[in-house]
Design a protein. Structure first.
Length: 271
């Protein structure tokens, strides 16, 4: 997905600052981008699971790039698969570091910079478990739920300075991460997750084009006024949201919220 997003933003005319743990992968990706006059792709190698490397990355990016208009936090790991009490806790912690702490740290660097530039867009990739329990994927689900609530909070903090912060729920896609579910098998991942992964690999799953289109939309001026939302690339009619910005900004639709008894007709549950 990261490679796909890089190509789509490049095609849209953006300069790129690409971050990955593999230098060889970054070189290969950069070489695959068509040459375009005036466009540049800079590479940064960083293991986001290492707080020391992450801090160095933040400093280096700020010192190297002339400006930052859009931050896309796409990097993630699946983490341990299986019931919590059988998980390796060090892998649980690593999942929170990569999927939650790393995006938070990069946002902390990006916001003051974007504020100096007069605004910007932050796009965080959410995932399975953010809006409901995801059995046997507790670390991943916890990190992604935290990322969504963090994004909602940051959106409110930055609204007055012209920065919008949104999350994308991409849907189940044919990726290396999903293949880990098949490798673990139904005993560890659960019958439901295993069946979903099998179906995605057989039929193709969610469209990366759809995710990339949404990301470019959220990075564009057309999305100004849309912030603090969790948007499904697959199921939401986001192409027309720019026509309803006032309704979106004054409502808690497309956000994480507690479901009270009155919301389900259980009047005995509320005062």
């Amino acid at each position: 997905m990261g490679e796909f997003l890089a190509h789509r933003f490049w095609d849209a005319g953006f300069n790129l600052a690409l971050v990955a743990s593999s230098e060889a992968g970054l070189v290969q990706l950069t070489n695959s981008l068509p040459e375009r006059l005036g466009q540049e792709a800079i590479q940064f190698v960083c293991d986001l699971s290492d707080p020391v490397q992450l801090l160095a990355l933040s400093t280096k990016i700020r010192a190297t790039l002339p400006r930052l208009d859009v931050l896309v936090n796409n990097a993630a790991i699946q983490g341990p698969i299986g019931v919590l009490w059988e998980n390796d806790f060090s892998l649980w912690q690593k999942t929170i570091q990569v999927n939650l702490f790393a995006p938070v740290a990069l946002c902390q660097v990006a916001v003051p910079w974007m504020k100096e530039m007069g605004g910007g867009a932050i796009i965080n990739l959410s995932g399975g478990g953010a809006t409901g329990s995801r059995v046997n994927f507790s670390a991943y689900a916890t990190a992604k739920a935290g990322l969504v609530r963090f994004s909602e909070t940051l959106a409110e903090e930055t609204k007055a300075v012209g920065i919008r912060v949104n999350c994308i729920a991409p849907g189940a896609m044919k990726t290396q991460m999903l293949s880990e579910v098949l490798e673990k098998g139904a005993d560890s991942a659960g019958e439901r997750e295993f069946a979903i992964a099998n179906k995605v690999f057989a039929e193709g799953g969610a469209s990366m084009n759809r995710v990339a289109d949404l990301a470019v939309f959220l990075a564009s001026d057309a999305s100004k006024g849309i912030t603090g939302k969790l948007i499904s690339a697959v199921w939401d009619n986001w192409e027309h949201w720019s026509e309803h910005k006032d309704e979106l900004s004054s409502s808690d639709v497309y956000t994480l919220r507690r479901i009270a008894g009155r919301d389900r007709g259980f009047l005995w549950g509320d005062k």
